[in-house]
Design a protein around this ligand. Structure first.
Ligand code: NAD
Length: 294
């Protein structure tokens, strides 16, 4: 495979993922609208370019890790977008979490123009991006997935090719994030109530670690964030809210009523309105304390 790769969106996830590719001796060309992100990328050995279009023109493989479906759509499909400037036959890999329809329409547009496309959302958080232990849920052509396997193996650990539909990985990813929404609020409620009962948070964590109430999200939210009183994202409340809305959209289409999931959309909207949108999702704990005036 060509050693020249493109990476657009050098944020909490994209920066460490691209750094792992640089460490594996790939030549990585990157772009982000945030100059600070590009600076960190170039300090790590990446080559910063002035636009997504410039990255697309340079590389046979172009990856994206962008915050919202609207931004993904613009970066791919606008006049200056990747799809209109990529090299013929290029492989486009979107690691962002978007609505499944968008994966399908980008795949269709890309194919029409002689390009290849994979919808490949990831799970495992910033720590997984740094340690290259991400789970990657790939939808799209099997040959295309195989041709990206070296890259996937560098940025992730558990790689699943889930089917030929480019949105199948996204559907699975949205189910995962629905559960993250449940657990994050459950952890917040459990710890706030436990503290009110006079139960020390460390003791609660220790005991629940050996009980059925434990979860990976309890471990993540408590140990990495709440215990250190550190709420810099991580995975922001706004991104979780985006994914819960996407999961609700998927459920509506499927005719499944998400009895708690729908309430979670309202709840995280309120948490964002309380001012915690740009904080890590574990700030649901702070929001509950504000609500209860603790
Ligand atoms: P982020 O906001 O930290 O990073 C996104 C980056 O995209 C930012 O640096 C931003 O400046 C850049 N950007 C925005 N508009 C752009 C444009 N038009 N052109 C180029 N760059 C642009 O978000 P993140 O946490 O890294 O998440 C990225 C994607 O991965 C999202 O879809 C998210 O849902 C998903 N995700 C995040 C996590 C996590 O733990 N943070 C885990 C799994 C999946």
């Amino acid at each position: 495979m060509d050693r020249k790769l493109g990476f657009i969106g050098l944020g909490n996830m994209g920066l460490p993922m691209s750094i792992n590719l640089l460490k594996a001796n790939y030549e990585v060309y990157g772009f982000d609208t945030n100059a600070k992100a590009v600076e960190l990328f170039t300090e790590a050995g990446g080559i910063g370019l002035a636009s997504a279009k410039d990255v697309a023109k340079q590389c046979d493989v172009v990856m994206t890790s962008l915050p919202t479906p609207q931004i993904v759509e613009m970066v791919y499909l606008s006049e200056e977008g990747i799809i209109h400037h990529a090299k013929k036959g290029a492989l486009l890999v979107d690691f962002s979490t978007v609505n499944p329809d968008l994966n399908d329409s980008l795949h269709k547009e890309a194919s029409t123009l002689g390009l290849r496309y994979l919808g490949a959302p990831v799970s495992g958080g910033v720590i997984g991006a740094v340690n290259a232990t991400l789970t990657i849920m790939v939808g799209g052509g099997k040959d295309d997935c195989d041709s990206a396997s070296e890259i996937f193996g560098i940025v992730g650990k558990n790689i699943y090719h889930l089917g030929l539909s480019s949105s199948v990985g996204t559907r699975l990813k949205l189910l995962n994030n629905l559960m993250i929404g449940f657990y994050t609020e459950a952890v917040a409620e459990t710890i706030v109530l436990g503290e009110k009962m006079g139960i020390d948070a460390d003791t609660l964590y220790e005991v629940l670690s050996n009980s059925y109430g434990q979860s990976r999200i309890y471990e993540r939210n408590y140990v990495e964030y709440m215990k250190n009183n550190n709420y810099a994202p991580g995975f922001s409340t706004n991104l979780l809210l985006k994914d819960l809305k996407l999961a609700k959209g998927m459920a509506d289409e499927a005719g499944v009523s998400l009895r708690i999931g729908e309430k979670l959309v309202e709840l995280y909207s309120e948490i964002a309105q309380q001012g915690y949108g740009e904080n890590d999702m574990s700030a649901a704990y702070l929001s509950l304390k504000d609500t209860c005036k603790i």
